[in-house]
Design a protein. Structure first.
Ligand SMILES: [Ca+2]
Ligand SMILES: [Ca+2]
Length: 509
């Protein structure tokens, strides 16, 4: 294996809310921040992240009358870029944190899943369905004495195989056909005092690691093996990324009592390192190109140092006999680009692909009037129904995309249908924010998928459009509680803004 990523925290930190223009996002990529004292954006006031010497300090604090703040760093961004590696791999991190009621430092990995994938990618559904492997290399639950699992120098290692069939250690047999006697349950408490007595996670710095191979996943405490289990199926097929965080209370359910410390506490991280025996998959930017009257440019990159990228544009699997990537590619006809990274002493990377399509040509509706056809449905759903198979309670032409003015406040759905006038050829990003689910389509293509029961959240998607009127559809449903629906767009000459009423039209009666 080769060192493919290292951060010794000996340079100014590079952390931003979503990781854009920075090394790390300061939220859990993919959503689901779980700390009681919330994982927050750094500010002058909360001083969450600081480089001190060759360490990163994560500072958790709670001022009276606030919810408290603390920090997490993710190694990948929402677009999938950043540090993620395929097996065989090894992740390690050296840190210390305080053991006190509510403190919950952790170093862990997640498989990448659909993060950064295009919703129209043919593999999207299967990837979403595959589930996720979560390897908690260390979970330190602070506090001391009875009822605290980590008192007296202990910490927890937990592996979760989310949304997967139950994973039976004894079925995963070794080469001799017998259960591997080294395998331990996936939820193990490590007593650090068994390993040289150097002290617990809160007394001194230790290095916590996990090695993931084709067969076994092995956890290390200061290079001692402390737990081994069979490698989960998802870890075999998807790259994994890492998170380092100092949660305080939250979903662990542990009571917070940091009063005597002035409601503040620190975690000090010395380094994080990632090794892999496989080159990281290349990334294509953009991973969905559109051709107008000019060719489009695609850039390829690979985070594994010393690797070379080979690619094909005829849909075939790339090898070292394929074209060598040397400079940005100029592509003038629709194709599927496939790329692989190869490096000496490394296994070939997973293949990345990019779809290059012709920009959508406009529809030619005969005559239109301003506004969209607005159909109102009643029903109780957890996901968007197929409105085409339902009969609307009412139907009218609406000038704006509004959810107010219905008979019901809960358990209803809306379908806005018509055309959107695109001012000029270009690549457009559409956004929906909704509570609960929504979906925006141009023609038959789902551009924004924001489906499912959830609070107000924004999702986006991109499409290449030629100037003119394009079939536009916005689907929405409200379950219970709060409700919201908004749409925005952005393009090369268009800063992000709500879609104005004057570009929406529908067929006249
Ligand atoms: Ca360091
Ligand atoms: Ca709702």
């Amino acid at each position: 294996m080769k060192l493919v990523y290292a951060d010794d925290f000996n340079a100014p930190l590079s952390i931003s809310p979503d990781g854009q223009n920075a090394k790390y996002p300061c939220h859990k990529t993919g959503g689901g921040d779980f700390s009681g004292w919330q994982f927050s954006n750094p500010s002058d006031d909360n001083k969450i992240f600081e480089q001190s010497g060759t360490f990163m300090r994560i500072h958790a604090s709670k001022k009276p009358g606030t919810n408290g703040s603390s920090g997490i760093i993710s190694s990948i961004r929402g677009d999938g870029s950043g540090v993620s590696v395929s097996i065989p791999s090894y992740f390690e991190c050296r840190f210390i944190a305080q053991s006190a009621p509510g403190t919950w430092p952790a170093f862990w990995t997640l498989t990448k899943g659909t993060i950064g994938m295009d919703r129209n990618d043919p593999e999207y559904a299967a990837t979403a369905k595959a589930g996720c492997d979560e390897l908690d290399i260390i979970e330190g639950y602070g506090g001391y004495g009875r009822g605290n699992p980590n008192s007296g120098g202990k910490y927890c290692i937990v592996s979760h195989f989310w949304n997967q069939p139950k994973f039976d250690w004894n079925v995963e047999k070794g080469p001799d056909g017998k259960p591997n006697p080294l395998f331990k349950p996936s939820n193990t408490t490590v007593d650090t005092m068994e390993f040289g007595g150097k002290g617990s996670w809160s007394w001194t710095f230790h290095t916590y690691g996990v090695q993931i191979t084709e067969t076994d996943t092995v956890y290390y405490f200061d290079d001692f093996e402390v737990l081994r289990h069979p490698t989960g199926p998802v870890s075999k097929s998807q790259p994994a990324w890492f998170l380092i965080n100092y949660a305080i209370g939250g979903i662990s359910g542990w009571k917070i009592d940091l009063n005597r410390y002035g409601n503040q506490t620190d975690m000090w991280v010395d380094f994080v390192r990632v090794y892999s025996g496989r080159a990281s998959a290349p990334t294509a930017t953009p991973d969905r190109g559109f051709i107008f009257d000019k060719p489009t440019e695609i850039r390829l990159a690979c985070s594994t140092e010393g690797s070379s990228i080979y690619y094909t544009i005829d849909g075939s699997e790339p090898t070292d006999k394929s074209l060598l990537y040397q400079k940005p590619l100029t592509i003038d006809k629709p194709c599927t680009l496939k790329a692989v990274a190869l490096g000496e002493g490394l296994k070939p990377s997973q293949i990345c692909s990019a779809e290059i399509a012709k920009a959508r040509t406009p529809d030619a509706p005969a005559s239109t009037v301003l506004g969209l056809t607005r159909s109102y449905y009643e029903g109780k759903w957890e996901f968007l129904p197929d409105f085409g198979k339902l009969t609307p309670v009412s139907k009218e032409t609406a000038n704006t995309i509004e959810i107010a003015g219905n008979k019901k406040q809960e358990n209803f759905g809306l379908l806005f249908d018509g055309f959107i006038s695109v001012p000029k050829d270009g690549i457009y990003t559409f956004y929906t924010n909704s509570d609960d689910g929504s979906r925006l389509l141009i023609g038959t293509r789902i551009v924004v998928d924001n489906d499912g029961g959830h609070g107000d959240q924004e999702r986006s998607g991109t499409i290449g459009l030629m100037a003119g009127k394009h079939a536009f559809k916005l689907e929405f449903f409200q379950g219970s509680g709060g409700k919201a629906l908004g749409t925005s767009w952005a393009g090369s000459d268009l800063v992000k803004q709500p879609i104005p009423a004057e570009v929406l039209s529908c067929l006249g009666e």
